[in-house]
Design a protein around this ligand. Structure first.
Ligand SMILES: Cc1cc2nc3c(=O)[nH]c(=O)nc-3n(C[C@H](O)[C@H](O)[C@H](O)COP(=O)(O)OP(=O)(O)OC[C@H]3O[C@@H](n4cnc5c(N)ncnc54)[C@H](O)[C@@H]3O)c2cc1C
Length: 403
């Protein structure tokens, strides 16, 4: 039985620990925070987008890039950086906007999402974790005829791969989600995905960790930051913490999300991961809130009814690694959300504000691999916009590297 540590207790680390323990390993889950699910997983849009999976670098984004670069789209912000890593990442990202790359990347992501859905079904049978999981279905709302016409071919491609998706008029969409009658945004048409689900990612992390401690004897070390790796002749033998304390291990998985660069910046794998900051606002759920998940494609907003809460998430800010959040961006998000769903986000005393960084690669595909420099070290990071969706499939793939 190998002693394997997982560094990072976000959705990726917790899922990895769960499948490692199921495979019979002696697992220690470590996080710098005091409890699991406090990083990028904490306040995300909660979507389990089994049939979406579209890579971020796309031909559509390339067309829109001049407007983004000039600061004309409030949903995006780029802080230009004159460092080699940023330029390399940017050039690779742009190279991936070609249709062929985008579609290949998207298909790879969809396969990984399918693997996640399969693993989640097993987890739901095996454990009693509760995280407001629900097959809510999703509507992507298109504001104008041109973008809706382009969505048509996307749906045909997804249908050809076996995903259930269809095109709806506004009236048909309102029949599925009556709360849309009050939606102030333009709706030229919608794409309906009935099988997409949602769940609270942070609650998943907390509940599954508690279950693993009790039922799988997984050890946890929270409030402990790993600062470096102990190696002998290029083979990993231990982890060193900030306080210089050491833990002996046979192997480790780095699932440190956007912070991976500060831990293993000298490993080439980490350089392809950059933080892209997003924001969310959560309010108590009322009868006015849509029950189905919504994505407003033009405004890049995702709405989700999670248990007794209603959340809007959005914005994509490419910042310097380590830059904090910008409080003014909450106002940008609130303004955009209130423009389409007035009244809901008005009462600021009830708003829960959150900001987190998505760990994004130029391809939008995560890095799931053995380190090329340190034997015994594995990486499971870089899940970008879709980490919650891809968590269990990625965990399956990283655990399979140990067979
Ligand atoms: C606004 C927003 C909305 C999103 N919406 C969705 C969505 O609807 N659906 C979806 O699928 N995805 C969504 N995502 C993306 C998803 O949330 C992320 O991809 C995912 O949470 C990444 O998980 P992670 O476990 O890699 O990182 P994290 O959740 O950040 O976990 C990494 C953990 O590692 C720990 N750590 C880092 N360094 C160290 C160290 N040296 N020592 C010890 N611990 C360390 C951190 O404390 C942290 O807890 C969204 C993201 C954002 C920001």
């Amino acid at each position: 039985m190998a002693r394997i540590s997982v560094i990072g207790a976000g959705v990726i680390g917790v899922s990895s620990a769960y499948l490692l323990a199921r495979a019979g390993h002696d697992v220690t889950l470590i996080d710098a925070a005091s409890e699991p699910g406090m990083g990028a997983s904490a306040g995300n849009a909660a979507q389990l987008s089994w049939a979406y999976g579209d890579a971020m670098a796309s031909p559509a984004l390339l067309k829109h890039l001049p407007a983004i670069a000039m600061g004309c789209d409030p949903a995006f912000r780029i802080r230009w950086q004159l460092d080699r890593d940023f330029l390399c990442w940017g050039l690779k990202f742009i190279a991936n906007t070609r249709f062929r790359c985008w579609w290949n990347n998207t298909q790879d992501i969809l396969r990984l999402a399918e693997q996640s859905r399969h693993e989640l079904a097993i987890l739901l049978k095996e454990t009693d974790v509760e995280f407001d999981y629900r097959v809510a279905g999703k509507l992507h709302l298109y504001a104008d005829r041109q973008s809706f016409a382009a969505a048509n071919s996307g749906v045909a491609r997804k249908n050809a791969l076996g995903f259930e998706q269809c095109l709806l008029t506004r009236v048909e969409a309102e029949n599925i989600e009556p709360a849309l009658a009050a939606y102030r945004g333009e709706i030229a048409g919608a794409v309906y995905t009935p099988g997409d689900a949602l769940g609270d990612a942070a609650e998943f992390c907390r509940q599954l960790t508690a279950w693993m401690i009790e039922r799988r004897r997984v050890s946890v070390l929270f409030g402990r930051r790993v600062s470096s790796f102990v190696q002998t002749g290029g083979v990993l033998t231990g982890l060193r913490f900030e306080d210089r304390d050491e833990l002996r291990v046979d192997a480790a998985i780095v699932a440190a999300g956007p912070q991976i660069r500060s831990l293993i910046s000298d490993l080439p794998e980490a350089r392809d991961i950059r933080p892209v900051r997003g924001y969310s606002l959560t309010i108590p759920r009322t009868g006015l809130a849509p029950s189905i998940s919504l994505t407003d494609v033009k405004r890049k907003l995702a709405f989700a009814a999670i248990g007794d809460r209603f959340r809007v998430a959005g914005l994509a800010d490419i910042e310097r690694p380590g830059a904090g959040f910008d409080a003014r961006r909450f106002d940008t998000l609130k303004l955009a959300a209130s423009a389409v769903l007035p009244d809901l986000f008005e009462r600021s005393d009830e708003l829960m504000r959150w900001s987190g960084e998505r760990p994004v690669t130029p391809t939008s595909k995560p890095i799931i691999a053995a380190s090329r420099r340190i034997k015994g070290l594995y990486i499971n990071a870089g899940h970008g916009m879709l980490g919650w969706t891809l968590a269990l499939g990625s965990a399956r793939r990283v655990v399979d590297l140990f067979q």
